[in-house]
Write a protein that binds this ligand. Structure first.
Ligand SMILES: Nc1ncnc2c1ncn2[C@@H]1O[C@H](COP(=O)(O)OP(=O)(O)O)[C@@H](O)[C@H]1O
Ligand SMILES: [Mg+2]
Length: 603
């Protein structure tokens, strides 16, 4: 077998970029990478079917040899060679079946792997605006199901097509025996095919309905479990149970309909082949008595009649699989063809040893697909090493400014500059390692604390991580845990408090040591009592770098050298806390809305 080494690439193969060609053609490069194995599997599949077709012919011959006829009254009594031949054909058939199935499965699973890798790679390159548009949960489950359905088609379709084609050989063999008998034998086949199509047509929508109801029940249960505190707090258990009951009733209805349909079609599907067999035996028996066909031919014939039904029955299934796979492939391609909006320009340069000079110059910005501008001409300058607090009402656009600094989105007009260079001229990797962001609800992976802190620098030594944790004020609580830095956190591990997560996130950013730091809401998840500790960590973090802190507390503003007030999409005031208090009524107003800002005195 022209065996091909299992692909051990890190980079998955690409698809054909010709978007106008059919879905299978676009997959061609993935198949071509495995063409040796694919061809071998197809050849084996064909050989296996031919062996299967040969067996009844040999048996028929053996019967004719063993039975006395008028022309051959004393038949040779030994049918030993036929037995050996049948056994050999049987073994060949089994071997070919194995090689074909194994080969096709490997090809199909290999392509599934490539598609998954392509999809994941592509999704991880997508810009924020893509994730604003699509629902990620749906995206993930849809992508999984779509890749599966393409894989299923690729695993079954080629063998089934080869089988169907090879049966042409059987039909030729049959016609050489007796044309009329052959016509009678294949007559029920269209019926078998149509019945298969009808069955799928009735079952397929039902299986969707069942799937949908299952998903509905799963989401009711899931919401009950994750939202159990809310459910209990409002004593809404019985309402939730009623909800589940209704969903379960709908599922029962759909499942019963599904079984009902199966029960109606099942016996028909099973007995149509027997009807064909009965017809062949009836007419064939008459022909045999007249001596127009031999008993052996009749034996072979009746085997073929049964054998032919199987692929015909599955042909309808194949068409359904192919329709589903085509739709799935279209959806996969749709994602793969979505170009990320924010990419490195061709002549991108690396930002080397950034000083940390940050400037927004007449920045206008609206979220993609939204008409309402969020920023309408923001001017803002942070000198290297300076700490500036950005203050504004909820929805004023503070977080949006932070997202523009790391080029999660691009400005509509104006420019964001780091060290005097437009961020759109820099490589994303160098920009994002120069500008670190700590958000208020930091995401921690279900991994050890060590891995979470070292996330931005996976090669960091234990000492580096410990130093970063110490500077972030996280070292004490981490060492007090029984497993210390090896403690697994997140969904499947230890639950950290908001303040602890915050400190882990600060340690993570400290370790990367960015020249520019953006703190969004960095202390909102912390009670006032813990705040002082966090502020200690923040001071360490800010030392020696440019910091833009989005302040949601008066006490956070105290960390800054200067305050900028954002209102109406512009930076409307810029100065020290005391200056703004004296000159800008809107500043005092915003301050009074902060949780600790009831009495806007000097912090
Ligand atoms: N991903 C997004 N897509 C569309 N609109 C958004 C998105 N994020 C925020 N907005 C809108 O942009 C405005 C500014 O939001 P944001 O910058 O988060 O304000 P702030 O941080 O000052 O509270 C709000 O009106 C908000 O609804
Ligand atoms: Mg915000």
């Amino acid at each position: 077998m022209p065996g091909q080494a299992e692909p051990t690439r890190d980079e998955p193969l690409g698809l054909s970029s010709d978007r106008s060609s059919g879905w299978l053609r676009r997959l061609a490069p993935l198949v071509r990478a495995r063409q040796g194995r694919f061809a071998a599997a197809l050849v084996a599949s064909g050989l296996g079917v031919l062996a299967a077709i040969a067996i009844p012919a040999v048996v028929g011959r053996a019967v004719d040899q063993a039975l006395p006829t008028p022309t051959n009254p004393a038949p040779a009594s030994t049918i030993g060679p036929f037995v050996v031949l049948v056994l050999a054909l049987g073994a060949l058939r089994a071997l070919c079946g194995f090689v074909a199935r194994d080969g096709l499965a490997r090809v199909a699973f290999g392509i599934e792997y490539d598609l998954r890798a392509l999809l994941y790679q592509h999704l991880s390159r997508q810009s924020f605006s893509f994730y604003d548009r699509v629902q990620t949960g749906q995206l993930v489950s849809r992508a999984n199901a779509d890749v599966r359905s393409v894989q299923m088609y690729l695993a079954y379709a080629p063998a089934l097509l080869v089988t169907t084609a090879s049966f042409a050989v059987a039909i030729v063999l049959m016609m050489r025996v007796h044309i009329g008998l052959t016509v009678l034998a294949v007559a029920p086949l269209p019926g078998v095919y149509l019945l298969g199509v009808r069955l799928r047509k009735e079952l397929f929508p039902l299986s969707w309905v069942v799937q949908a109801h299952l998903a509905e029940i799963a989401s009711v249960v899931d919401e009950n479990v994750t939202g159990t505190r809310v459910v209990k707090a409002f004593a809404a258990e019985s309402r939730q149970i009623a909800l589940l009951e209704r969903a379960a009733l709908r599922l029962r209805w759909a499942s019963l309909r599904q079984f009902d349909t199966r029960a109606r079609f099942g016996p028909l599907m099973e007995n149509l082949p027997r009807l064909g067999l009965a017809l062949v035996l009836l007419y064939g028996g008459v022909l045999a008595i007249d001596g127009r066909v031999s008993i052996g031919d009749l034996v072979a014939f009746s085997s073929y009649v049964v054998m032919l039904q199987a692929p015909f029955r599955s042909l309808g299934f194949l068409f359904m699989l192919s329709q589903r796979a085509a739709a799935s492939a279209q959806r996969i391609y749709e994602v793969l063809d979505t170009e990320p909006e924010i990419v490195d320009p061709p002549d991108a340069v690396d930002l080397r040893q950034p000083r940390g000079d940050v400037e927004l110059r007449q920045v206008h910005f609206a979220y993609p697909g939204r008409d309402v501008p969020v920023l309408r001409g923001v001017d803002l300058h942070l000198a290297p090493g300076e700490t500036v607090a950005l203050v504004g009402r909820t929805g004023a656009g503070k977080s949006s400014v932070a997202r523009l600094l790391t080029r999660f989105y691009d400005v509509d007009a104006g420019a964001v500059l780091v060290d005097g260079r437009d961020v759109r001229s820099l490589t994303l990797a160098s920009l994002r390692s120069a500008v670190g962001v700590v958000v208020d609800e930091p995401f921690l992976f279900s991994d050890t604390l060590f891995a979470n802190i070292a996330y931005g620098r996976p090669d960091a030594s234990f000492d580096d991580v410990r130093r970063a944790a110490a500077a972030a004020g996280a070292a004490d609580f981490i060492t007090s845990l029984p497993e210390g830095y090896d403690t697994v956190v997140g969904e499947r591990g230890y639950t950290l408090s908001g303040g602890q997560r915050q400190r882990v996130a600060i340690a993570r950013t400290l370790l990367v040591d960015p020249a520019v730091l953006v703190l969004d809401d960095a202390t909102s998840a912390v009670d006032a009592h813990r705040e002082e500790e966090i502020h200690e960590a923040l001071r360490t973090l800010m030392a020696g770098r440019t910091t833009l802190v989005i302040a949601h507390r008066l006490s956070t503003i105290a960390l800054a050298d200067r305050v900028v007030l954002l209102a109406g999409g512009r930076a409307v005031a810029d100065g020290t806390h005391h200056e703004l208090l004296g000159t800008e009524p809107r500043y005092a107003e915003v301050l009074s809305s902060l949780p600790d800002g009831r009495s806007p005195v000097a912090p």
